[in-house]
Design a protein around this ligand. Structure first.
Ligand code: NAD
Ligand code: MN
Length: 334
């Protein structure tokens, strides 16, 4: 293709630092990228009363792919506020949250790990239906599991597994305690996986999955699970290979895709210029892969790994580099 339109959304906190850094790295690829900037997040909500304006939805839907920084979600309920990334996931039906974890040359990264957590991205507990009774003494949250969403995430994960050398799929669930909701997810995902006989599929109960991941993560290839379990499990797998500073993700739908680091807005370090942009640059590489630019994606990943190995590193990985210095080193290594 001779020109790609890329939507960049900084969002909140360190999003303002890691997105410009990722742009430096993307520009170094020499690909014909045209950037369109849009706004979203809690800071914007405080300014204008909405966390995702229509113009931002337009920008995401009228570009080839989006790179998102991070969004703050306050833990108390604020009238009229909705989480920006969760809104985009549901609004644009970005049903697959794809979170790879593979070994990187950084302290504490486990050898031999090369897995992907595929998290259902539109339902489960994230339908955000909560209420209280008896003046706040009892709080109830709904969880929604549909056959349709379970089938398409199951199919996505099975296809992904089929495309990988080991062709192994784990369906992680809690159907033993929640046979209705988790049971529907499990039986539906199993049926989809069965359509790919070349893939070896196993069920695994989510808590055991967490334990096995800590003990022997190299045994896993693709893991598919429901929304909240996938959220937690993918932070765990990020921790296995070097932490949130390097963990990338993609929110992928049939028509649109939004790539973002797994980490949040990191208010404790925001504004200091020391956030690690590697997670966002790896997310940018996933975006290039999604656009079909396989060679550039692979080169960009290798460039980040080279800088992670040789330095300069950011403080989260024991170094002294700034966000921008790291990105410039990646650009030179490309
Ligand atoms: P967080 O990921 O923002 O930070 C967790 C810890 O990791 C912090 O100590 C932070 O400094 C560190 N960290 C994270 N990213 C880093 C980076 N790139 N470089 C160096 N260190 C990094 O998670 P949190 O503190 O639980 O949440 C903060 C806010 O972010 C909350 O409002 C939360 O709702 C939001 N959040 C958003 C997303 C998202 O946008 N997808 C994801 C998680 C959390
Ligand atoms: Mn999370």
């Amino acid at each position: 293709k001779n020109n790609y339109k890329i939507c960049l959304i900084e969002g909140d906190g360190i999003g303002h630092e890691v997105i410009p850094a990722a742009r430096i790295a993307l520009e170094a690829t020499g690909l014909p990228l045209e950037f369109v900037e849009a706004r979203a997040g809690y800071e914007l909500f405080e300014e204008v009363g909405t966390s995702v304006p229509d113009a931002t939805v337009e920008a995401v839907t009228h570009t080839d792919a989006t790179l998102f920084g991070a969004a703050t979600s306050p833990t108390q309920k604020i009238p009229g506020f909705f989480g920006a990334i969760r809104y985009l996931r549901r609004k644009l039906d970005l049903f697959a949250n794809v979170r790879p974890a593979r070994h990187h040359p950084v302290p504490g990264s486990r050898e031999g790990v090369d897995l992907v957590v595929v998290r259902e991205n539109t339902e489960g507990l994230y339908v955000e239906q909560e209420r209280t009774y008896l003046g706040g003494e009892i709080a109830i949250a709904d969880t929604v599991i549909t056959r349709r969403a379970s089938a398409r995430i199951g199919e996505y994960a099975a296809r992904l597994a089929a495309s990988r050398p080991r062709k192994s799929l784990h369906i992680a669930h809690k159907a033993n305690v929640l046979p209705v909701t988790q049971g529907l997810f499990l039986s539906t995902a199993r049926a989809e996986a069965a359509k790919h006989p070349e893939v070896t599929t196993q069920d695994i109960i989510i808590d055991n999955c967490a334990m096995q991941l800590v003990r022997a993560p190299e045994r896993f290839d693709v893991i598919v699970t429901t929304n909240l379990f996938g959220d937690i499990l993918s932070d765990l797998t990020a921790g296995l290979v070097g932490g949130l500073g390097i963990a990338a993700s993609g929110n992928i739908g049939l028509e649109h895709a939004v790539f973002e680091p797994v980490h949040g807005s990191a208010p404790d370090i925001a504004g200091k210029g020391i956030a690690n942009p590697a997670a966002t640059i790896f997310s940018a590489a996933m975006m290039l892969e999604h656009l079909g630019e396989h060679a550039a994606a692979a080169r960009l990943e290798r460039a980040v790994d080279k800088v992670l190995a040789e330095g300069p590193r950011t403080p989260d990985l024991g170094g002294r580099a700034t966000t921008r210095e790291f990105a410039e080193a990646v650009a030179r290594a490309f």
